[in-house]
Write a new protein. Structure first.
Length: 385
């Protein structure tokens, strides 16, 4: 039996073709509208006959606002045509609880830092409302998700997929290299639901009653909860946040507990929670060497692509500077530029060149660090023989 909500692979196709936002208004919280033929005429999940729309535009489409031809045009010419999409979570609550793996964070501003950089944290506005902040990067260090006080932006050029259901309660993002897979969700829980959650995590009764008493007193109606999970991959470590714990690298897990201080993943591989430090087991040398070599291959390819882009920009700038002052049209690599201000156009390309050079330098530095780790690993392996 065909479900009205298409399969995962079909939903992914439908999201990507509209650049992850409603093709009419740009809202990223999407539903699925069957238009050719309509769902009432045939229950199907053919992507060419379905379009991703936000809830409001879906209602208009159901009422006959748009023709089939218009909807086909929107599939090919969506509202979002850039490299980013943004929206806001309007969930403003006080005394917010944050679940990260098996940890329950309460009255904690900084939840997670990696190498001194804040990754998950809260800020409180002038009215006392807690607002979520995130800085999620892919393996190469590119920012793919940034949330500032509940306002979020995703850089779609560096992602494989993102999913925002129509209810607007959750957000899932997968980086283009698929190393980073991060998900967040908001819920308002009753005291009974929250207690069941704590019991499922494995808190003992005394600890549970104490925590529940404090949180329930601060939240007499419902308990606001942000749940964060997934895999965050940086150049020299993998952090898995699962419902059954935290896992650094491949082996080892931090014990269950109530989070009262920031979790800090340090450059020496130690994980600190407040003043207490947990040393993780090392992954096997063979596995580590394989992963480091794989990362070197990715970085090498990225360096080549970035250098190619830099060369293209240099050629464009050189050709622009040779143009006569009265030129109004400039053609390069199949692109046509209509020139109203030659100097301004040259400055724009020079600014792009600066950004690309910075990206290239970042990749080169990451290559150096990874290569150093490989040499150290080989040296240690040789000593053990």
């Amino acid at each position: 039996m065909v479900e009205r909500t298409p399969r995962k692979t079909i939903r992914q196709i439908l999201r990507k073709e509209v650049n992850y936002g409603c093709p009419i208004c740009g809202v990223p919280y999407l539903t699925w509208h069957h238009f050719d033929p309509p769902w009432e005429m045939e229950k199907h999940e053919r992507p060419e006959g379905i379009i991703a729309l936000c809830h409001n535009c879906h209602d208009k489409a159901d009422a006959g606002r748009y023709t089939k031809e218009q909807l086909r045009h929107l599939k090919k010419n969506p509202y979002i045509n850039g490299d980013e999409i943004s929206a806001r979570y309007d969930y403003l609550r006080k005394n917010t609880v944050c679940r990260v793996g098996d940890f329950i964070g309460y009255i904690v501003n900084n939840i997670l830092t990696i190498h001194g950089e804040r990754v998950i944290w809260f800020e409180r506005d002038e009215n006392g409302f807690d607002q979520l902040n995130l800085l999620i990067r892919d393996y190469l260090g590119n920012i793919i998700l940034k949330m500032e006080n509940n306002d979020w932006i995703i850089y779609t050029k560096d992602i494989f997929d993102m999913e925002c259901p129509a209810q607007g309660k959750s957000l899932k993002i997968i980086s283009k290299d698929k190393y980073t897979n991060f998900e967040l969700r908001f819920d308002d829980l009753t005291e009974e639901e929250f207690k069941a959650l704590l019991l499922s995590i494995g808190h003992d009764e005394d600890q549970l009653d104490c925590l529940l008493m404090q949180i329930s007193e601060d939240n007499p109606e419902r308990i606001p909860l942000w749940t964060l999970k997934g895999k965050i991959t940086y150049i020299d470590m993998d952090l898995n946040i699962k419902n059954d714990g935290w896992y650094i690298d491949i082996d080892g897990a931090i014990q269950n507990g109530v989070l009262r201080s920031c979790i800090s993943v340090r450059s020496n591989g130690l994980v600190a929670i407040g003043e207490e430090t947990y040393c993780q087991k090392n992954r096997s040398p063979a596995i580590l060497e394989h992963q480091l070599k794989k990362r070197m291959q990715i970085l090498s390819e990225s360096r080549k692509i970035t250098k190619s882009k830099l060369n293209e920009i240099d050629i464009v700038i050189e050709e622009l500077e040779k143009l006569p002052e009265r030129s109004r049209v400039f053609r390069n690599a199949g692109h046509v530029f209509f020139i109203s201000d030659k100097d301004r156009l040259i400055d724009e390309f020079k600014n792009k060149r600066i950004k690309i050079r910075m990206q290239l330098e970042a990749v080169i530095q990451q290559e150096k660090r990874t290569n150093i780790r490989l040499r150290r690993l080989k040296k240690a392996s040789d000593k053990d023989r």
